[in-house]
Design a binder for this molecule. Structure first.
Ligand code: ATP
Length: 193
């Protein structure tokens, strides 16, 4: 599975639509301080469902929307799309190209789309589960995370190995199943009542 393109529009410093292509090999993004290099990484983390604005280096989610310049008006919407080449069918879908899109409006409304069709964040998360691609996975490693992994902060090293070993989905399913069992226990108690 190969990352193909990233499209940003109205996200942080990207007022105009910008498309970044990831061709074979390594893609490097260079530029002067403050030009928006880290914003590209934030965009990838965000489109994959990041909910904590702190992880995007913003105090609140609204601040990820382009807030204009002296000469340009702020935009009302931030939109990021990430496209993967799925010719090796690593993603469990028949599509050979998979595009996920996230939109966020100043009103606070937000939308997720999978190949242009509205969906839930849950659908995106399950599609990418155990591929190593998620807003908090090792696919995106920033400098601070390297320190956390080396110091094993909050068991971060274990989480990394579990994701790589492909067992996180079972952990999540176990949690869901235990929740369902507990709800069933409550129902049984009501029957006894
Ligand atoms: P460095 O090399 O110093 O780490 P960088 O290239 O990684 O810098 P970023 O941190 O990605 O730069 O971008 C910072 C820039 O993004 C700042 O100029 C900031 O004003 C701008 N920026 C952040 N949020 C917004 C927003 N909502 N609207 C417009 N510009 C924004």
């Amino acid at each position: 599975m190969q990352l193909a393109t990233l499209e940003l529009k109205g996200f942080k410093s990207f007022g105009d639509k910008v498309t970044i292509r990831f061709d074979r090999g390594i893609t490097g993004i260079v530029g002067p301080n403050g030009c928006g290099k880290s914003n590209v990484v934030d965009a990838i983390r965000w489109v994959l469902g990041e909910q904590k604005s702190r992880m995007l280096r913003s105090d609140k989610m609204e601040n990820i929307i382009f807030n204009g310049t002296k000469k340009r008006k702020a935009t009302q919407l931030a939109e990021v799309s990430l496209t993967f080449d799925n010719t090796r069918n690593l993603l469990p879908t028949e599509y050979t190209q998979v595009t996920i899109t996230r939109r966020y409006y100043r009103s606070g409304d937000s939308e997720y789309l999978l190949n242009g069709v509205p969906c839930r964040l849950k659908d995106i998360i399950s599609l990418f589960m155990d591929t190593g691609i998620a807003s908090n996975s090792y696919a995106i490693i920033e400098l601070k995370m390297v320190d956390d992994i080396l110091n094993d902060k909050d068991g971060s090293r274990r989480a990394l190995f579990e994701e790589a070993a492909g067992i996180s989905k079972f952990r999540i399913r176990k949690k869901e199943t235990l929740r369902n069992l507990s709800a069933t226990d409550d129902d049984l108690d009501r029957v006894e009542d």
